[in-house]
Design a protein around this ligand. Structure first.
Ligand SMILES: Nc1ncnc2c1ncn2[C@@H]1O[C@H](COP(=O)(O)OP(=O)(O)OP(=O)(O)O)[C@@H](O)[C@H]1O
Ligand SMILES: [Mg+2]
Length: 379
């Protein structure tokens, strides 16, 4: 039985559920030249959402490029990712790699691009940008964007460039944030979508008046998917392989994961693993949750083990007793934590997006299933 659920990777087509109002809003903003910041916890669907938006943009003849900074740990890699995204946007617009190769030397002053076809015969290709060894990252970025700008001017078009996991540039080089801002500010034909899952870092970049990107884009938070459409989606995915599930149970799954799309698909996949009949009944849900929590042990364990002792202790207290507005002595005593250490640990955990402070000033573990996993392992 083929598994109709996908998780941990970008999804599109019938693996992508709803997000209609978000697609509409983001398309409207970017089409109008308004740059946006889109943040959410991990795996809420930012990258998939922008991919859905890209289809809308292409029908409006807007160029689209996507640079992912996730694994960029040097200025050079950041420059290369942006250059590749820009080249790809122009290649898509020209609908021809050959035309791009011919025109690249006129479009860009410093950047040179070599195209390498993958040997798999599918026509897929890789783009390797090259700059002179003396060019600084700011020179190279300026060149790439002025090339894009001149192409857009000539063709009377606009472009959208997505910079995914944008907060990564802070850790690469302390000057890059200001340099990037200077260049981006000069782009009147390009709207940017800054995406990221380190929500505290990203929000601070765009809302702290001392930072270069202060108020440089419209800030949007991507929330969970509404439970009704998510339940519909779950039902239709099960139906794909002739497994039936009642409306009630589909809604129960959507609610159990709080509308988190990745956990929804992950949980359903684990439910399916234990299914011996063609109908999902209630007992399968919690069995699926247990299997999902076990399979998440490597990643949750990794997060937990990397924490300094005090922070892991505070996570355990929150998982066992949270949400908490105040921490009683009885909770703190077994760990011998004093008030200053507690506050320091909480503030660090918030910075790392592991703990959130709710509207009622209560602290809680941000990821529900990490919360459940800590409870499970600390029993
Ligand atoms: N609209 C959607 N419909 C159904 N599933 C979705 C949707 N959006 C995201 N998902 C689920 O979430 C997973 C992660 O999606 P995606 O990579 O787009 O999220 P992300 O927020 O960019 O994640 P990351 O924080 O890792 O960058 C997908 O594999 C899929 O299981
Ligand atoms: Mg992503």
């Amino acid at each position: 039985m083929a598994n109709p659920f996908r998780f941990g990777q970008v999804v599109s087509g019938d693996l992508f559920c709803n997000r209609k109002s978000e697609i509409k809003q983001i398309t409207r903003d970017l089409t109008g030249g308004q740059s946006i910041v889109l943040y959410s916890p991990r795996r809420y669907g930012k990258t998939s959402l922008l991919q859905a938006v890209s289809k809308e943009l292409r029908t409006r003849k807007i160029l689209y490029g996507n640079a992912d900074f996730f694994a960029c740990n040097s200025s050079e890699k950041v420059v290369n990712a942006v250059s590749r995204a820009t080249a790809k946007a122009i290649i898509d617009d020209l609908k021809s790699i050959e035309k791009f190769v011919k025109r690249a030397a006129q479009i860009f002053t410093r950047a040179r691009f070599s195209i390498r076809y993958e040997p798999n015969g599918t026509g897929s290709f890789g783009i390797s940008p090259e700059f002179s060894s003396q060019a600084t990252s700011i020179d190279s970025l300026s060149d790439v964007f002025s090339g894009l700008n001149s192409y857009l001017k000539k063709s009377k078009k606009r472009a959208v460039i997505v910079l995914d996991e944008f907060q990564q540039i802070i850790s690469v080089n302390s000057n890059l944030e200001a340099e990037f801002r200077t260049i981006i500010q000069q782009q009147d034909r390009v709207a940017f979508a800054f995406l990221g899952s380190r929500t505290q870092l990203l929000k601070d970049m765009f809302s702290n008046e001392k930072r270069p990107f202060y108020h440089a884009a419209k800030i949007m938070e991507l929330g969970p998917i509404e439970t009704e459409p998510l339940a519909e989606f779950i039902k239709s995915r099960f139906k794909k392989i002739a497994v039936s599930i009642s409306d009630d149970l589909a809604l129960k799954i959507a609610t159990r994961v709080n509308g988190h799309p990745d956990y929804a698909q992950r949980l359903c996949s684990h439910i399916l693993d234990g299914l011996e009949t063609k109908t999902v009944s209630e007992g399968f849900i919690e069995q699926g949750v247990s299997r999902m929590l076990s399979s998440l042990t490597p990643s949750f364990g990794g997060i937990f083990e990397e924490l300094p002792l005090r922070e892991s202790q505070v996570m355990t207290i929150l998982a066992e007793h949270g949400p908490l507005r105040t921490f009683s002595n009885k909770m703190l005593q077994p760990y011998d934590i004093g008030t200053p250490s507690l506050h320091k640990a909480l503030s660090n955990l918030i910075k790392k997006d592991l703990v959130q402070k709710g509207k009622g000033k209560e602290y809680y573990v941000a990821d529900n299933f990490l919360h459940e996993w800590i409870r499970m392992v600390s029993k």
